[in-house]
Design a protein around this ligand. Structure first.
Ligand SMILES: [Zn+2]
Length: 270
């Protein structure tokens, strides 16, 4: 998508928000890379990420995922402007650039690892920026980072044969346990694609929560914890559209994303 088309879409999404006000809830933001030097819409410049961290510190209540799930289950009160930070895939730049900022602002975050790319010769982007297990342990040691699974090979769970789903999930859980001592309880679907019924059942049997996309707030009492909506943060959001996403807006972007993805991932497996 061109940058002009992206800005037009974001402007449209903001207009739709005004017409369709949203219910208050917990907004789960999706990040991917920070300062990784990739020409990608999801590799945020370090300065922009820091500005967003400062914004959230001042204007939001950033919760860790387990606390957010308590809120969604109605066991805790919903604080105003509740936000959860999540990072998908796992790349070395998270330890180098995102972690020091999370530590400085004391912001909790969840990192969903595609374990087949941890300590590999190549990151999920095909470059040398793979996250190491030592890096994963460093993140956990801050006490701010919750680990989650994102499958082993980043396979798309709406189309994987049933027999392979279990091994993809179990392998990632085992590797995380082996290298960090953490028993993972949370999962994020690769490419945020809705799972097949079989994959859905397998994920529910293993994890307490599972995340998709959706670009909207999760409303307490009305949210399936295995269908958490998340709002993807892009470079082109800057601060203007980011501030809206952090409040649960910009949902129309997800409608457009789904239509695009149906074509984009038509023949893909990961
Ligand atoms: Zn991913």
């Amino acid at each position: 998508m061109s940058s002009l088309a992206r800005q037009v879409l974001k402007g449209t999404a903001a207009t739709v928000d005004v017409l369709r006000p949203r219910a208050p809830g917990v907004v789960v933001l999706i990040y991917h890379c920070v300062g990784g030097g990739r020409a990608s819409s999801v590799d945020l410049p370090v300065g922009l990420f820091e500005e967003q961290a400062a914004f959230l510190t001042e204007h939001a209540n950033v919760l860790d995922l387990d606390t957010a799930l308590e809120v969604l289950a109605g066991r805790r009160a919903l604080p105003p402007d509740a936000v959860v930070l999540t990072f998908d895939d796992g790349t070395a730049d998270l330890v180098e650039h995102a972690l020091p900022i999370l530590v400085r602002y004391r912001l909790p975050a969840t990192v969903y690892l595609a374990t087949g790319f941890v300590d590999g010769p190549r990151s999920i982007w095909g470059d040398g920026g793979a996250l190491s297990w030592a890096g994963v342990r460093e993140m956990v040691s801050t006490g701010l980072v919750t680990l989650g699974s994102h499958t082993h090979s980043h396979v798309l769970l709406d189309r994987l044969p049933a027999g392979e789903v279990a091994s993809e999930l179990d392998r990632s859980v085992e590797l995380i346990g082996e290298h960090t001592g953490v028993q993972v309880a949370h999962f994020a679907y690769p490419k945020a694609l809705e799972p097949s019924p079989d994959a859905d059942a397998q994920v529910r049997a293993r994890f307490r929560s599972a995340a998709l996309a959706g670009t909207k707030a999760n409303v307490p009492g009305r949210t399936d914890p295995h269908r958490l909506a998340r709002s993807p943060v892009q470079v082109s959001d800057g601060m203007r559209w980011f501030a809206r996403k952090a409040r649960g807006g910009m949902g129309f972007e997800d409608t457009a994303r789904r239509a695009l993805n149906r074509r984009r991932y038509a023949g893909a497996t990961r």
